[in-house]
Design a protein around this ligand. Structure first.
Ligand SMILES: Cc1ncc(C[n+]2csc(CCOP(=O)(O)OP(=O)(O)O)c2C)c(N)n1
Length: 352
């Protein structure tokens, strides 16, 4: 990963101050995501028997979680340009995208805990979290499946002449699945307002994506069907933000879909109970040294920002997350009857 970009030149502090304020806002989002993921990880440890871990049913969050730790700059850098009316589709690793779109943290944490106060009444959990109130159409446990949903939503926006776009996040593993091509093709044919965001953390579960991906990656594949694509350092939140701003302006102007390929790294295992023994220790150490929050924080300080302000921000955000965890743990579970609400079966609810 490249180091921090050169500082703004000039005698006045104006440009540096503007940049500091922007960085601080981006850091807040990144810290909220990091702290949320740390707390969720802790709450889920020991939840299921997977990857050789001990089974147990006492974890506050049941089941493994797909954490976006280390990938925060992508969600923050794109999310800062999304408006409330815009729509979002996400992946199985979607907490960060959801937070960056403005979903309520307490309701998200309650959802992970399976509580009635969760965004989806505790029935969706981490991988099916959705918050239509902020345009978040859903995480998705099926790799690449959110992409065709995004395009359908974009088609609806266009037909209804609504002033909004769709941001569609997907992983590097998704570009080797059919819906990637189907979604990009349809979006381009109908000039649909979609920003495709390939969040390339260089791993697809336990497989290094490079070993299973031909050609030059997501942006090159997009260009092959006429969609402009840009590749950016996904650990550099300013770079992601600048690139997303440019591409989104074109999407909003009606020029059709664009694709942003953000190269980052998955610092944790595939799921919260995966110690990732298949991964090279040096690769992980290099990625840790280039992680996005430390990079942005160092840049903030180099621009004259105060380290104390950063410490205060982190403490404030961790307290916010702790309050969300406490509230989730104290919230009631859904009534059993809720199992029959919001499902498609039209018969009378009954237990089999
Ligand atoms: C259609 C489909 N195939 C396989 C899986 C199993 N699976 C879950 S996550 C994953 C890896 C996806 O990699 P990527 O898209 O890069 O996302 P990441 O996990 O790295 O965020 C796989 C293969 C699945 N959920 N859906």
């Amino acid at each position: 990963m490249p180091g921090p970009a050169p500082l703004q030149q000039g005698t006045a502090d104006g440009p540096a101050q503007v940049r500091r304020e922007r960085l601080l806002a981006l850091l807040r989002t990144m810290w909220r995501i990091r702290a949320f993921e740390d707390a969720a990880e802790q709450a889920s440890q020991g939840g299921v028997a997977a990857f050789g871990q001990t089974a147990g049913s006492r974890a506050a969050v049941r089941g493994p979680l797909h954490l976006s730790t280390g990938q925060e700059a992508v969600a923050a850098g794109v999310g800062v340009h999304l408006r409330r009316a815009d729509l979002l589709t996400s992946t199985h690793r979607g907490h960060g995208h959801t937070l960056a779109k403005g979903a309520d943290m307490q309701r998200m944490m309650a959802e992970l805990h399976g509580r009635a106060s969760g965004c989806n009444g505790g029935k969706g959990g981490s991988m099916h979290i959705a918050d239509f109130g902020v345009g978040m159409l859903g995480a998705n446990g099926v790799v690449a499946a959110g992409m065709t949903i995004a395009v359908g939503a974009a088609q609806a926006l266009k037909l209804q002449r609504r002033d909004a776009i769709v941001a569609c996040f997907f992983g590097d593993g998704a570009i080797n699945r059919g819906p990637f091509l189907e979604a990009l093709n349809w979006a381009q044919v109908y000039t649909l307002p979609v920003l495709f965001v390939c969040e390339d953390n260089r791993w697809s579960a336990t497989t290094a994506s490079a070993a299973t991906t031909a050609g030059d990656g997501a942006a090159a594949r997009a260009r092959a069907i006429g969609i402009e694509g840009a590749t950016v350092d996904g650990n550099d939140v300013e770079a992601v933000s600048d690139c997303a701003a440019e591409l989104l302006a074109e999407v909003r102007a009606g020029h059709g879909p664009r694709l942003l390929h953000a190269v980052t790294y998955r610092l944790k295992g595939h799921v919260s109970v995966d110690p990732a023994p298949y991964r090279d220790a040096d690769e992980l150490a290099r990625a840790q040294a280039a992680e996005p929050i430390a990079l942005a924080a160092a840049r903030f300080v180099a621009l004259g920002g105060s380290a104390a302000a950063l410490r205060a921000l982190e403490a404030e955000v961790r307290a916010e997350v702790e309050a969300a965890v406490q509230a989730a743990a104290a919230a009631p579970l859904p009534d059993a009857a809720a199992a029959f609400a919001d499902v498609q079966d039209l018969g009378h609810g009954r237990w089999y």
